[in-house]
Design a protein around this ligand. Structure first.
Ligand SMILES: C[S@@+](CC[C@H](N)C(=O)[O-])C[C@H]1O[C@@H](n2cnc3c(N)ncnc32)[C@H](O)[C@@H]1O
Length: 181
């Protein structure tokens, strides 16, 4: 591959994976504000486990979903012996739990609408705390998407500046809080 080709490949790879891990102190704050209720928690797009770690420390049973092979393998190593099931899967094709669960996640921005639509169609979903691009989260509060959206409330939670991620994305984020009425 030429130098130009390699640069393009690296850029598109970065973009398609949406690789923006949260700094540990910010991940901790997101989890602390998520109303954990002793339920099963799904961390979709778990990356290197920034959110999985404080979830486990607070006693949650976690399903950590990650499509990237190396990150999924590293998650298995990191949480071996903890109450964590690592699933290497595409969010779009995930088989979601049938027993009550909540979601605490910082998913790739490009899958926001698809993910929220899918979550709201699942009878077992209790709540979701999603780190999203601020503009997308505001839009979802204004115009919730998906079947059964009326069963949930949508509100903006804590603001998350770009510097909370390493590498930082180009936009600020916010937690979208979805709660069953
Ligand atoms: C914004 S990063 C967040 C990582 C981690 N949750 C954190 O807060 O540090 C999004 C993660 O989603 C993963 N990802 C991207 N597309 C995915 C997909 N279709 N299915 C599952 N995971 C995906 C990426 O590999 C990346 O690890």
């Amino acid at each position: 591959m030429s130098g130009y080709g390699q640069r393009q490949h690296r850029r598109s790879t970065r973009r398609s994976w949406g690789w923006h891990p949260l700094q540990p102190e910010w991940a901790e704050s997101v989890v602390a504000s998520s109303d954990l209720g002793g339920r099963l928690v799904v961390d979709v797009g778990a990356g290197n486990g920034a959110l999985t770690e404080p979830l486990v420390r607070r006693g949650a049973r976690v399903i950590a979903v990650e499509l990237n092979r190396d990150r999924a393998a590293a998650l298995r190593d990191r949480f071996a012996g903890d109450a964590v099931t690592v699933v290497r899967a595409d969010i779009a094709e995930l088989r979601w739990p049938r027993k009550p669960f909540q979601v605490v996640a910082s998913p790739p921005y490009n899958l926001t609408t698809q993910l929220v639509r899918r979550l709201l169609s699942l009878p077992a979903l209790h709540s979701a705390d999603l780190v999203l691009q601020r503009a997308a989260a505001k839009r979802l509060v204004r115009e919730p998407v998906g079947r059964h959206a009326g069963r949930y409330t949508f509100e903006l939670g804590m603001s998350i500046p770009r510097k909370a991620f390493n590498p930082p994305p180009k936009v600020d984020s916010v937690v979208l809080r979805i709660r069953r009425r």
